[in-house]
Design a protein around this ligand. Sequence first.
Ligand SMILES: Cc1cc2nc3c(=O)[nH]c(=O)nc-3n(C[C@H](O)[C@H](O)[C@H](O)COP(=O)(O)OP(=O)(O)OC[C@H]3O[C@@H](n4cnc5c(N)ncnc54)[C@H](O)[C@@H]3O)c2cc1C
Ligand code: FES
Length: 260
Amino acid sequence: MKTGEIITNRLLQDEYYRVEFYAPEICRTARAGQFVHVRIPNLEHRILRRPFSICNCTEDGVLTVVYKVVGEGTRALAGLAPGMACELMGPLGNGFMPPKDGEYPVLVVGGYGSAATFMLSQNGGKGGLVLLGARSASDLLLVEEYRRNGFDVRVSTNDGSAGHKGLVTELLTEAIRENGDRPVRFYACGPTGMLYAVAKMLCARNLPGEISLDHLMCCGVGACFACVVKVKDNNADGWRYARSCNEGPVFRAAELYLED
Ligand SMILES: Cc1cc2nc3c(=O)[nH]c(=O)nc-3n(C[C@H](O)[C@H](O)[C@H](O)COP(=O)(O)OP(=O)(O)OC[C@H]3O[C@@H](n4cnc5c(N)ncnc54)[C@H](O)[C@@H]3O)c2cc1C
Ligand code: FES
């Protein structure tokens, strides 16, 4: 268990916050797609930790999480001031595999899913494409940060308040068509419905992709089976349960058991 002292904890936009912890041990090995399990102080009546993707880690040990206030835990987190601390467990989960040599990264993200893929954009200026989807303009996260890292950013919103009016999967269809035969690796994180739609599109075209599933979790370390998802298997059913906290949260698109 590590203690992460809060360096800054500020409102980013709308209901989204960015918190920076001093967590050098975690930063030493963290990879894109891994997460930290955070014990938020002053929540003794609700003891479960809360999982958050590692958005960024610097060489001097600053770990960034971008989070949306959705309930009691995240509201309590938003109230913590610099100098206070949270117990952090991590880095947990398997994380994304970086693109192979010559592969162009295409990130497909919804809402705070853009935090999970952000470290993939730190690829020494080699660039890539990020398709950012959200309900509304105020739910689009890290747009400028991706641009600063040399990524081409395309945006879709359900209500048309920014970018293409519609679903991020429509941007993906276009990107796949434009891309032709160039070797690409796709990465996705966001709402579950969107992720399964992306996985189906990639599998139908035999394209390589990695999907980070944001599943409810309890222990975070493989002990309770609260976080299971169906993956393909050679048994009679054709599937088995995998724990998304320690066998995931990143799965290959081709590995997920996709029900109709
Ligand atoms: C691997 C992983 C990475 C995550 N990364 C981020 C992140 O980078 N930023 C971020 O803001 N959130 C992230 N989440 C979701 C985050 O863990 C939850 O929003 C948080 O635990 C909610 O705690 P709470 O006490 O505020 O809400 P609760 O009071 O527990 O719940 C409030 C509402 O939020 C919903 N909720 C709770 N957990 C989740 C979840 N995992 N996914 C979707 N809805 C949920 C509940 O169903 C309920 O409707 C991640 C989750 C996982 C599993
Ligand atoms: S959260 Fe307990 S096994 Fe995954």
